[in-house]
Design a protein around this ligand. Structure first.
Ligand code: NCD
Length: 311
């Protein structure tokens, strides 16, 4: 079982065997979770701190559950911070965490690069739970596991990632993971929400939703992240839905057995029609949440193996 670092800060830089190992281990945790069993000795005596500078429902609770299922002592810290003293707050926090002898630190922060900065200052293994518009590595792992469970592989699949790509750390991590594993990734959205560096990401760019969805195996929808937008990059929600919202008509051009994904939180009627979000066979949104717990257990497990025993 290989992992190239003490931390998990990004998908970029991981190679196929690292990703494959994490997914295989996560798959075994998915089976364990379904059987109702736990492995509470694995992280016994370890302290996991969830440090969230931004809102979260799924990510925070699934890290909490993952830590508890493996027997760690889990502490949740929600912090609000003003943008002027962010750097200072972060370094102060680092010394507090060191004093508490935290082993595993899960951090979400509005600033890209905050987890990497903190990883240089704390003794703990740091896991990025989403930093600004940069990366959200555990989301990409859970998405990949969900895809692999449905399609049996990642290689050669056509995956369309649609909507607000520019502001999405989920898109960035998924692009790195899926291209590394040999999927063909398309990004689909209005020109104002396609990142300027798209051509360097190894993806195909589409501004016409139907062309982007044609023949896709996987359709991944993203939330319009208005909190990260400067100025009006999209017209009205209604107009956005007309051109880029996923409904039955647009989905009809994807493969008949294609799956529909969304990391949540969803804006129903903006990027996705409710009937599609709740579709009994096409939507795998609920399974993504389930796989989130399994993937986070795998990440905690792999990183804990590298920690010194009983500091
Ligand atoms: C995403 C995030 O926070 O980056 N949510 C999540 O972790 N499931 C996506 C989003 O906020 O739209």
């Amino acid at each position: 079982m290989s992992h190239p670092s003490k931390h998990l800060l990004a998908i970029e830089g991981l190679e196929p065997p690292h990703i494959g190992d994490l997914l295989d281990l996560a798959e075994s945790y998915a089976l364990l979770n379904r059987s109702g069993k736990t492995q509470r000795d694995l992280l016994k005596g370890r302290t996991l701190i969830n440090l969230f500078f931004e809102d979260s429902t799924r990510t925070r609770t699934s890290f909490e559950l993952a830590g508890k299922r493996l027997g760690a002592d889990v502490i949740n810290m929600s912090v609000s911070t003003s943008s002027v003293n962010k750097g200072e707050t972060l370094l102060d926090t680092a010394s507090t965490l060191n004093a508490m002898q935290c082993d595993l630190l899960v951090i979400r922060h509005a600033q890209s690069g905050a987890p990497a900065l903190l990883s240089q200052k704390v003794d703990a293994a740091v896991i990025n739970a989403g930093d600004g518009t940069h990366e959200h590595p555990t989301q990409a792992l859970l998405d990949a596991l969900t895809i692999r469970r449905h399609k049996g592989r990642l290689e050669g699949l056509v995956v369309a990632i649609c909507g607000d790509i520019t502001h999405s750390r989920v898109a960035r991590s998924n692009i790195h993971l899926l291209t590394t594993m040999g999927s063909r990734v398309r990004i689909v959205g209005p020109p104002t929400l396609i990142p300027a560096d798209a051509h360097r990401l190894g993806v195909e760019v589409f501004t016409d939703m139907k062309k982007g969805l044609e023949g896709a195996d996987v359709v991944m929808m993203l939330r319009l992240q208005r909190e990260r937008m400067v100025g009006g990059l999209v017209p009205s929600a209604r107009e956005f839905f007309r051109f880029y919202g996923l409904d039955a008509e647009k989905l009809a051009v994807a493969k008949p057995d294609s799956i529909v994904m969304h990391p949540g939180p969803m804006n129903r009627g903006v990027e996705i029609d409710s009937a599609i979000a709740d579709h009994p066979t096409r939507s795998v949104i609920g399974e993504q949440v389930e796989m989130g717990v399994a993937c986070r257990m795998a990440v905690l497990d792999i990183l804990a193996r590298r920690l010194p025993r009983n500091r």
